[in-house]
Write a protein that binds this ligand. Sequence first.
Ligand code: DMJ
Length: 584
Amino acid sequence: MRSPPRWHRPAPARLVAVALLVAALAGGFAAAAVPGDGYGHARRLYMRNKVLEMFYHAYENYMTYAFPHDELKPLTKSFTDSLSELGNLNLERLPQDYNGSALTLVESLSSLVVLGNLTEFERGVLWLSENLTFDVDARINLFECNIRLLGGLISGHLLAKDYNSDLKDGQYKDQLLHLAENLGRRFLPAFETPTGLPYAWINLKYGVMENETTETSTSGCGSLILEMGALSRLTGDSRYEAAALRALRKLWSMRSSLNLVGTTLDVLTGKWIEYSSGIGAGVDSFYEYLIKAYVLFGSEEYWDMFHSAYLAVQKYFRHGPWYHEADMRTGEATHWQLTSLQAFWPGLQTLLGDVAAANLSHREFYNVWQRFGVLPERYLLDFGMLHPTEKYYPLRPEFAESTFYLYQATKDPWYLEVGEAIIGSLNYYTKVDGGFASVKDVSTMKLEDHQHSFFLSETCKYLFLLYDDSFLRNQNYIFTTEGHPLPIRSAWHEKIPATHVPSNLTFVKDDSQPIRVSALTSQVCPETVSRQSVGSPWESACHIPDVFPTHRCRTDDDCGVESASCKRRTCSTAGYCGLWLAAY
Ligand code: DMJ
């Protein structure tokens, strides 16, 4: 296994004000890479290297057996042009010499920089500059193409600009941005609808095809603003951001009186098709992009949308640590299911500063992870059983992503142990000679011949950042839903966002050398923190327990003081004590 060269660069000019605010917003991303959290330097290094091995095993097998096609089939050591297949493309219509979009390479670019391998990053940038073309008769999914290809190219461009002086001869000449612009232009016909809501599918060469389906999903038309907004800021062509924003505003105008949205809709009529929705499939990144757009662009409009949407989710979908689905018109529960995609939610909550709620849900996901060894795609909460058909685990990143955010926010080494469990499972169950294979059925651990590109852009990246966050030391980033980092720039901000996150570490008493531990280690708002390595419980200095041990409440008076942040807890509309937004 190749061990990639380490590199150093001078600290770039920093946007100090933004950096501090966003670091606070993100729970302390600017923290030192090796904090004194009691985890141990050697163990951290060992885990970091283990993730490096995983990434390069996946990457090199892709480069050997699949590149320049889209994704690797690790069991048969072959390839799939999945980006086109995502669009149900009739492969026979592709030009004879079509070689795919090198999707996994595009998706790997930002990870290579995060991992410190600028040489391989540069190699990838140069190859793509010379070979990638979007002028193909391919029907593709706008959402997937946006988050994977456009996001990968834009993030790669921004990183190449930042690191240009370290690239060979400083020769980067915006090639990735030109590719991104070329791709973005091909997206625009999709938005030419009476509502401004984009078609879910377009042909890269010919635009919207005759008899194209008019059905799309909430995430499909509500998660475009980061990439298309960034493209407009970088090119000076406002059309991309305007199209994405118009679609987002239209979508938001379709919310119910409860501030809930549905899952699928018609782009021509602007009417909902599926009224039931949750925080998982078909909706997830809509919420994610509202808050991340606020962080990236600083516009209050995004915050206002997010704030109302978040409160509605907490009120109508949340049941203790779980999130069920509900009818957007009535708020009545429809499906009681845990889905693997929902596991991103604790990460979003951590970004927001709702760390206690994030920890509570993260724990439940971890319980399910431990039970099956990985997260099943769908688990029926009301029957306590796997969904009969959706038993797969396609190497999804969401649980690792939330673990990374929670560790950044708390520096609680327990999350590093969760990371160890994730890494252990991935290596034990999914590593094969030809890469990493998806799990077809978590009850048998039978494998499927597919290594999704997000395994490299997200799963490995978040696991690596858990043990080595030096990439985050000199710059603040927001990660797109596909894990591609976009730097926070004051020039892109209408207004610097206010901070929403208090300090979330508790100083404990009873020790001449106070140990910084997080009360999140054991439960929500605990009185004491007990860790095996410490031996005895440590009392939180500021903790006042909630009146009811279940943390249920009728009024704010039933709530105590959060031991992790020393903040007064309040009663949510759903009747749970927490650090709710309304309290700030
Ligand atoms: C990724 O492609 C993105 O995170 C997307 O938003 C939904 N989830 C997949 C990976 O699970």
